[in-house]
Write a protein that binds this ligand. Structure first.
Ligand code: NAD
Ligand code: ZN
Length: 352
């Protein structure tokens, strides 16, 4: 099969022939229809310090996918051949105290497909049946391919009660924009989303009813004054990984405000802890998705009117993956989705 492989310890990814994985008794084999390119894949493409310390070479990359089950191990129950599925890309251990109490997303032994284990940028993916999430008919393969980052957004947005609350989101990347859509869907009052990239803010405004603010050119205080916020925002979601954004968020919160942090700062970064203490801020780190509560909630929201489809700005055949990575590297795209069915068709044409 064809797969996008980190074949060399240097910048880039390579479309190569690799063996189709064989499912064990607890696994399924999924034929991949669509995949999403993630910021993580860009780190792996760039071969930055994190990637070179984390990712074994060679490795099939990718972790955001939708497809259908074509083979099942003998012990797999409750799934069927031909079923359309996505799945959780975090492979968790079952031994830890957290896992044994059902908090799978907090298992310290977590490993990621496409990061530590063979991934989904391929015609076929082997996955533990435990990780499979069936897709209802009204959730398309395109949306199925971005459930992983939508899940990050849902996990973060549902971290704190935001019904009728005023919400600040820093970072209008795909996940920040989807978090704004989730906050709107879940019943927040004012939602302000900041960035320093005008294209990203334009995309945000086209996807969700939120107030976009370019903090490179506008004063956030003017915006909050116009909205009539007396003390500040009740709930914050840090989605940029940028230190200045976090500082600005802390400044803009009410006393006792609640901040969920998904953004990953590039390294150690200075934090004005005394501001956080004196403002009695409640700070929560968010990693991945709650397994499987986030999946349940996000599929229910999609079926109940949550629409994030416009966050997908580019679609390519997987054969043209380099164009997709170029768009992602530009820093102005939304989600980029690759179509793997075109790869199988190209084999067939080659045989004919
Ligand atoms: P992204 O890089 O596409 O978006 C981040 C945005 O923040 C960019 O548009 C950038 O212009 C903007 N930004 C930079 N400086 C800013 C500032 N001062 N104020 C406001 N915005 C600013 O990222 P994404 O794919 O949307 O992901 C969001 C964040 O979440 C990233 O930091 C990513 O690494 C992280 N992430 C964490 C997890 C997790 O499990 N914790 C999972 C996925 C992604
Ligand atoms: Zn991802």
């Amino acid at each position: 099969m064809k797969a996008l492989v980190k074949a060399h310890a240097k910048e880039g990814l390579w479309l190569q022939d690799v063996p189709i994985p064989e499912p064990g008794e607890d696994d399924v084999l999924i034929r991949i229809n669509k995949t999403g390119i993630c910021g993580t894949d860009i780190h792996i493409w760039n071969w930055d310090e994190w990637a070179s310390k984390t990712v074994p070479v060679p490795l099939v990359t990718g972790h955001e996918f939708a497809g259908e089950i074509v083979e099942m191990g003998s012990a797999v129950k409750g799934l069927s051949l031909g079923q359309r599925v996505s799945g959780e890309g975090h492979l968790v251990g079952k031994e830890s105290r957290q896992s044994r109490s059902g908090k799978f997303h907090l298992d310290p032994q977590t490993r990621g497909i496409g990061v530590n284990e063979q991934g989904a940028f391929a015609e076929y993916l082997r996955l533990d049946a435990f990780n499979v999430v069936p897709l209802p008919d009204d959730v398309s393969d395109d949306i199925g391919a971005i459930l992983d980052p939508l899940g990050n957004a849902v996990h973060t947005a549902l971290s704190f009660d935001l019904i009728c609350e005023d919400v600040l989101i820093t970072g209008a990347g795909p996940i920040g924009i989807m978090a704004a859509a989730v906050a709107r869907h879940a019943g927040a009052r004012h939602i302000v989303i900041t960035d320093v990239n005008a294209a990203r803010l334009e995309l945000a405004a086209s996807v969700v009813d939120a107030v976009p603010v370019n903090v490179a050119t506008e004063d956030l205080k003017d915006v909050t004054a116009k909205l009539g916020l007396k003390q500040g925002f009740d709930v914050g979601m840090e989605m940029s990984g940028n230190q200045r954004a976090l500082d600005q968020m802390v400044e803009s919160m009410v006393m006792g405000g609640r901040i969920a942090m998904l953004g990953i700062p590039p390294g150690k970064s200075p934090v004005d802890w005394s501001r956080i203490v004196f403002k009695a801020i409640n700070l929560k780190g968010v990693y991945g998705r709650e397994i499987f509560e986030t999946w349940y909630k996000m599929i229910a929201m999609l079926q109940n009117g949550l629409d994030v489809s416009k966050v997908i700005t580019h679609r390519y055949s997987a054969l043209d993956y380099a164009s997709g990575f170029t768009d992602m590297l530009s820093g102005s795209s939304g989600k980029v989705v690759l179509d793997w069915t075109a790869v199988s068709k190209s084999h067939m044409q080659a045989v004919q």
